[in-house]
Design a binder for this molecule. Sequence first.
Ligand SMILES: N[C@H](CCC[C@H](N)C(=O)O)C(=O)O
Length: 291
Amino acid sequence: MNLEGLKFSKMHGLGNDYVVIDESKEELIAENEKTDFSIEVCTKGFSIGADGVIFITPSSGEGEEKGDIRFRIFNADGSEAEMCGNGIRCFSKFIYDYNIIKKDIIKVETLGGIKTVEITAENGLSKLFRVDMGLSTFKTKNIPMIAEVDEFLEKDLIVNGEAIAMTTVNVGNPHAVIFTENTEDIDLDNYGPAIENHEAFPERINVHFVEIISKNEIVMLTWERGAGYTHACGTGATSCVLAGNKLGVLDNKVLVHLPGGDLEIEVYEKENELGAFMKGDAKLVFNGEMI
Ligand SMILES: N[C@H](CCC[C@H](N)C(=O)O)C(=O)O
């Protein structure tokens, strides 16, 4: 793939890093090349190296599904995901700071539905992002959702011969949440891929281990679908808090400690379903051009 002259930005949210490609004015990577492109540029050591690629593309929705702009995210393995919490903060920083859309509240089209992003800025530059991650939908891709505690815990998942109790949550993309005494004891390189690729999850799944500090504070560890270990996962943090809130072990407002930093998650209830806000920052590390 000849990428000579292609301009890109390298951004991250709590160390969960992305190559950002601005296609708001024209398509730069052909649709049938986006997967291979993502694999190539995410490969550490041989190219830019990242957890994934974010494409900024024009709005394509109709009616209620129409937003100001469209967000697409491809994992390092080339798979396209429905949504990315750290990524949508990077995306929002890019479009605000580069004046693509200079509004304090933007509606972003994603494969996981419309996400509303509230931007806090200083001197014309965005600093903080509060994202309405939407309701934890039920039925998307037939992944068993937050089940009632009794029912689900009786259906522990057998992983490498061991029964593991978990709660699955979908916030546009799928997550398996496992509460544990101590995240430092987790053999992530073993359990992560075993659960990510388990036959129970035909679409695969993001995997998170959660240690409860209090009803308002957790520590978590993540193995991401299509990316492996990452320093942080925004949709994952949201899912862990939603799962804990549903199980009655977490309050609505929770401070989440991830290896790369902290996120604030606030659960809300709407139409008898649970949704959440995620608040955090995003960083632009450098702008580059492929040779
Ligand atoms: N690996 C995820 C996409 C990226 C999510 C994560 N980086 C976040 O911040 O939410 C998936 O395949 O669903």
